[in-house]
Design a protein around this ligand. Structure first.
Ligand SMILES: [Zn+2]
Length: 417
């Protein structure tokens, strides 16, 4: 079995899948840093096992069931895993591949297509859906169809975890039950249906089967490592609007966090009177790790305070690799969204040759990109393995703060619209 699987690319799907507590449960009460450490503590051993047993580093991660939590992305960055590959409703960007926390994410896609495994009738329906998806993707210049199965689906009538861990149950190993098993004939039909589905897809010369690692090449982030000339920086700064969100540019995209980094890097150069050469986006910063201060009113700072705060923000960006949760204008706290909107306007003006203003105003601003992350609600936590009525409002707020990092993934040099 191991030899057969090791010929394929291997991903990672958590250490124990449905043994309680699953990731969304243990991450829900934790903040960002604690959650990253806890995910690493509980899941790293299995990740290392899979790598050792199959002789290759897992290329992607997907959560068990709908047991999703944003802190897992922080751990994946530490593990150098470039791809999140699964299906769910916790976040999504126009139903297409995107980057979140700097990780290429295939989630809530327009086309996640499976065939039922009960034979011809289900196969025909799946073939029709695939045809439609293929046509839609050709019309938009290319894209992905995601297909996934659990091996148990071919031999079990019911999932192994449902009969043991339903509604938060956590029986000891000695009491684990085997789920009802398919007859050899039913299993044979399941395997045959799946094989015919793959053969059908294989019949289209314009369709290619790709793995997560190959997808990471096709959707490579062209912003990372890119050098931005003063003219490009001016365009980036000028494009920052009141609702903070990502930017689509020619053959790449920028998350709000990356644009924030570029603007502050350039302002720091300017204030230190370093030569205004191109600035290289070395890495993708994370979003803030906690809620922003509420700003009821407009805040004003003089030029000297603005300069000193930019230096403080640049230091935080460099040391922490993330957008600060709070930005201090002396003794006055402002939200990073508000600071960014004004700092970008100042940068755009300076880059256009205008003089520095005497004062800078900061108005309340929203993180518009947060709309790509779902609000907490029962539809996120419908997996039967969760305790009934599981909710995670604090964790979904944390996930929305990381929407600073969301941006479209651009396919092979083409700009998607
Ligand atoms: Zn699973």
């Amino acid at each position: 079995m191991i030899e057969a699987l090791a010929r394929h690319e291997i991903g990672y799907h958590s250490n124990y899948h449905s043994v309680q507590p699953t990731p969304a449960l243990y991450l829900a009460p934790l903040g960002w840093d604690e959650g990253v450490v806890e995910f690493d503590r509980r899941e790293r051993a299995g990740f290392d096992d899979v790598g050792r047993i199959f002789g290759q580093k897992p290329s992607c991660y997907g959560q068990p069931g709908s047991s999703w939590g944003p802190q897992s992305y922080g751990a994946l960055r530490r593990w150098d895993v470039d791809v999140y590959l699964d299906a769910g409703n916790h976040l999504g960007l126009d139903d297409r591949p995107h980057y979140y926390c700097g990780v290429l994410t295939f989630y809530k896609l327009a086309h996640t297509l499976r065939t039922g495994l009960a034979g011809e009738r289900e196969l025909r329906m799946a073939e029709d859906r695939f045809q439609q998806a293929r046509q839609a993707l050709i019309d938009e210049g290319g894209g992905v169809v995601s297909i996934f199965y659990h091996p148990c689906e071919f031999v079990h009538k019911e999932f192994w975890d449902g009969v043991n861990f339903r509604d938060g149950a956590n029986p000891p190993r000695a009491k684990w039950k085997i789920p009802p098993v398919k007859s050899p004939e039913e299993s044979a039909v399941a395997y045959r249906t799946f094989e015919n589905y793959i053969r059908f897809i294989q019949g289209f010369p314009d369709v290619q089967f790709i793995t997560a690692r190959e997808a990471a090449k096709l959707y490579r982030d062209r912003a990372r490592g890119r050098s931005f000339s003063p003219d490009e920086l001016k365009a980036v700064a000028a494009a920052v609007g009141e609702g903070v969100t990502f930017q689509r540019r020619d053959d790449y995209s920028l998350s709000a966090a990356e644009a924030f980094w570029l603007v502050h890097q350039w302002l720091t150069w300017r204030f230190n009177q370093w030569p205004a050469e191109a600035i290289t986006l070395a890495s993708s910063p994370l979003g803030p790790s906690s809620a922003a201060p509420v700003m009821a009113d407009i805040v004003t700072a003089d030029w000297s305070q603005f300069e000193r705060t930019v230096a403080d923000v640049s230091d935080a960006l460099t040391r922490d690799g993330r957008i600060p949760s709070v930005i201090w204008l002396g003794s006055v706290a402002v939200a990073p969204e508000s600071f960014f909107v004004s700092a970008a306007r100042v940068a755009a003006d300076l880059l256009a040759g205008l003089p520095a203003p005497a004062e800078v105003e900061f108005r309340p601003a929203a993180l518009e990109a947060a709309r790509y992350v779902a609000d907490d609600g029962p539809e996120l936590w419908g997996w039967i393995i969760f305790p009934r009525n599981h909710r995670a409002p604090g964790m979904m707020e944390l996930a929305k703060r990381q929407a600073w990092t969301i941006k479209p993934a651009v396919l092979d040099g083409k700009a998607t619209n």
